[in-house]
Write a new protein. Structure first.
Length: 231
């Protein structure tokens, strides 16, 4: 074979090798059959918006944990939400303890309290608000700045960001969500280091919840006081 022929053969071999290498690199970038491709933070935020904005009601079991100021508190119960602006947290860990939002007022009461606390819904800035807003017409991309996405426990993802307008109170809000956009957990990290976490299970979308569930009647003999709005 002439030198020219050798060069042509060598070029052909290198060309074939380059082509095979390109195929291998391309194949390495393809998802394996059955492997789930992680969505982007914005795509997953839109899934969460779509999941909750189309619901009319929601019922789920919850576990609430608070750690801060040298205290640890863990409670559990059933949460019910219904549009527009109604919510009930019924605590099973403390029988009779309730938080009720009837659309006009929010009511707080626990057996043994000497008074029922009431606050206008328009003044409410409660740690339960993230899920309440998600049952309305929300857009996570607008509500959380610096939105990031990370792998969560199991097959979930964690969306995190800083709530707009809450810089003085909340350092970070994280949502643990499924690939379909359902919320499995909420973590609120306050600027003083205190953390509140809600974990949700047994979600029932568009559950049949009677209107009476969102009415609160103060116990006989227990006075109602108007609480100050949160700072």
């Amino acid at each position: 074979m002439t030198i020219s022929g050798q060069r042509k053969a060598g070029s052909r071999v290198w060309g074939e090798l380059s082509f095979l290498l390109a195929l291998l690199l391309f194949a390495a970038c393809l998802p394996v059959a059955g492997q789930q491709v992680a969505p982007s933070a914005n795509d997953l935020a839109k899934r969460v918006d779509g999941h909750y904005n189309h619901l009319q009601s929601l019922k789920a079991s919850f576990k609430e944990q608070y750690d801060g100021l040298g205290m640890h508190r863990s409670e559990s119960g059933v949460m019910m939400l219904r549009k527009p602006g109604r919510m009930r947290w019924e605590y099973q860990s403390t029988a009779g303890k309730v938080f009720v939002l009837d659309g006009k007022y929010a009511w707080f009461y626990s057996p043994g309290d000497t008074q029922v606390q009431r606050i206008a819904a328009s003044q409410l800035d409660d740690l339960r608000s993230p899920l309440r807003f998600l049952l309305g017409h929300t857009k996570i991309e607008s509500e959380l700045q610096g939105l990031t996405l990370a792998a969560g426990p199991g097959a979930t993802y964690t969306l995190s960001g800083q709530p707009r307008g809450e810089q003085k109170k909340i350092a970070k809000l994280s949502l643990t969500v499924t690939s379909s956009g359902a919320i499995a957990g909420i973590l609120i990290v306050e600027t003083d280091g205190a953390e509140t976490r809600f974990d949700f299970t047994d979600e029932v979308a568009n559950a049949a919840i009677p209107e009476a569930a969102f009415h609160f009647a103060p116990p006989a003999g227990v006075p109602v006081v108007d609480a100050l709005p949160p700072v």
